[in-house]
Write a protein that binds this ligand. Structure first.
Ligand code: IKT
Length: 352
């Protein structure tokens, strides 16, 4: 009964690391993985080492131009140089015209689906969720999306998820995700929360090469860019932006779903939440300590700030994928208890 199975949609940076981290989680078995060209399914459990070796070996850092997704070849598993890339390189996988449909069709044996799909159009994840609901999937769906506006699109589908028996957990990576949950805990000392300040630091421990999709998404947060213009940047243009910043980019006042997720959990107003941080693409050390500050008023009239920090040695990969799988486990417990609809990371305590 405690055993849980999951599928991962996307075998780029997040998908691969999620598979890797899952090997360290109790009672959690990856049974399916897909990207845009293929699918691997094994209800006895995927051979993660083989799949990782095969997909890792397929990293090709050219940006996919098809579909305008802006995803890296590695993340999208796009076909290049006449060869199939991504998951299809694994001996467990086979090509598919519609890999997502294949996962939906086998949904009976899958407790949770992790959507590890980077950089697509804003409504890509909501539309993918629609397909699962319409296809009769009953289980958990979980994403690590970041943009505030996508949460509303998922909330609009709450009734549909409830009818279908889907427990959808949104924004369950690092920020939003772990840091949103930490803010919700830190808020408990207060009767009124006046400010939540999330300040992250990321050094690309696994290297820029492996994180091009993330870097592109981050560039979209700079004032001069948006999702569309960042998607259209060539690799050379991205390199030039990074050079202009000496590899260290600071972000302020980012559109991050921590704000709406804290508001929907009743913690504070969305406008009182600020998210920013520093990304160093050339150094594996964090340029600043990831910190959450929650300021509020206590019942007995004091004003104070509760602070939560991540260890500087923890990588972004650890801080995204550990929580994502922890929230996934929490979601499966909710789903098995008959709780359906949309949940954010401030409403759940992740499982270990
Ligand atoms: C973002 O996606 O907007 C920023 C991301 C920051 C992740 C925070 C991780 C915190 C930590 O590991 O200390 C990422 C840089 N894209």
């Amino acid at each position: 009964m405690n055993e849980m199975t999951f599928a991962v949609l996307g075998t780029g940076g997040i998908g691969r690391r999620a598979l890797e981290v899952s090997q360290h989680k109790d009672a959690l078995t990856p049974v399916a993985a897909c990207d845009r060209h293929g699918v691997a399914v094994d209800f006895d459990g995927l051979d993660v080492d083989e799949l990782l070796a095969a997909t890792e070996g397929n990293i090709d850092n050219e940006v996919a131009t098809d579909g305008g997704t802006g995803a890296t070849a590695a993340e999208s598993g796009v076909k290049q140089h006449g060869e199939r890339k991504g998951v299809v390189a694994s001996s467990q996988a086979r090509p598919s015209e519609d890999p997502i449909q294949e996962i939906i069709d086998r949904g009976d044996g899958i407790d949770a689906v992790l959507l590890a799909l980077p950089n697509y159009e804003h409504d890509f994840i909501p539309r993918t969720a629609d397909r699962f609901a319409e296809g009769g999937y009953e289980g958990v769906m979980i994403d690590v999306l970041k943009r505030s506006r996508v949460i509303d699109m998922l909330d609009d589908r709450s009734d549909q998820f409830e009818e279908a028996g889907i427990t959808f957990i949104c924004g369950a990576g690092a920020t939003p995700g772990l840091l949103t949950g930490a803010a919700a805990l830190a808020a408990q000392s207060f009767v009124e929360v006046t400010a939540v300040d999330i300040w992250w630091g990321v050094g690309l421990k696994s290297g820029y090469e492996d994180n091009r999709g993330t870097v592109r998404e981050d560039i979209a947060h700079l004032p001069e860019y948006d999702i569309e213009t960042a998607r259209d940047l060539s690799e050379a243009e991205i390199e030039a932006i990074l050079d202009d910043h000496d590899g260290v980019i600071e972000f302020e006042d980012m559109e991050h779903a921590d704000d709406v997720l804290l508001e929907r959990a009743g913690i504070c107003d969305a406008e009182d939440v600020e998210v920013g941080g520093v990304l160093d693409v050339r150094n594996d050390e964090k340029p600043t300590t990831t910190t959450v500050r929650v300021t509020g008023r206590t019942f007995d009239g004091e004003t104070a700030t509760n602070t939560f920090q991540l260890g500087d040695e923890t990588s972004m990969e650890a801080n995204v994928n550990g929580p994502a799988l922890g929230y996934l486990k929490a979601g499966v417990r909710r789903n098995r208890a008959g709780e359906y609809g949309v949940f954010g990371p401030a409403e759940l305590m992740p499982g270990f």
